[in-house]
Design a protein around this ligand. Sequence first.
Ligand code: ADP
Length: 244
Amino acid sequence: MLSVQDLHKSFGDHHVLKGVDFSLDKGKVLVIIGPSGSGKTTVLRSLNLLEMPDKGSLKIGDANVLFGKRLSKKAVKQIRQKSAMVFQGYNLFPHRTVLENVIEGPVQVQKIDKQEAIQKAKELLEKVGLREHIDKYPHQLSGGQQQRVGIARALAIEPDLLLFDEPTSALDPELVGEVLKVIKALANEGWTMIIVTHELKFAEEVADEVLFMDQGTVIEKGQPSGLFHQPEHERTKQFLSRIR
Ligand code: ADP
């Protein structure tokens, strides 16, 4: 359902993505690992065009874009609505309640009936264990709870693809588990997901495939059992031994 080919991105004269290729089947979980600065976040942000790649192509479901020339508004919109991002820093609206944060996308962007959106949001908040907090504001919640709101908000727009950008790296260690548990449950439900994370144990449990990036390229891709335990490339070995 997803195909990325020859993705390039520069910021000024810094060539950050140097021809990234990968694909992912529906219902599968891809985890991207690699050293800081290797381009993982830029790849993720390119998938919903928060960053505009300079070159390459992207296909998500029935939406296609070829980078390097001006894209039509329609093509950009089609690609953007395929995925939803869960950010490292939650990115919730601080002056809106939990419920209001979750219905924002469906009501404002997708023009779904408000009552219908509220009903759905309540179900999603129940699913992430926050039903009793729906009228609170983000600052009244722990980081783990805020991130679970972030996940409910992403689910609310019913994307084909969920993107997680280091979803637990801003959390205190004791709050990491509750967020990873929700993400694992989504994987078991069959959501198609791409997760950038440094949580290797979690990555091994949740991933169908793992992609190791370094300096803007994909060095190695494979199943977690192979990549984590018998990596083929020296750079993958070095990275894993440093992080473990
Ligand atoms: P990772 O997620 O692997 O840590 P990133 O994709 O965040 O890597 O960043 C890759 C490189 O691109 C880094 O050197 C970073 O400083 C640079 N970079 C990322 N975003 C921008 C930006 N908006 N402007 C300039 N440089 C950026």
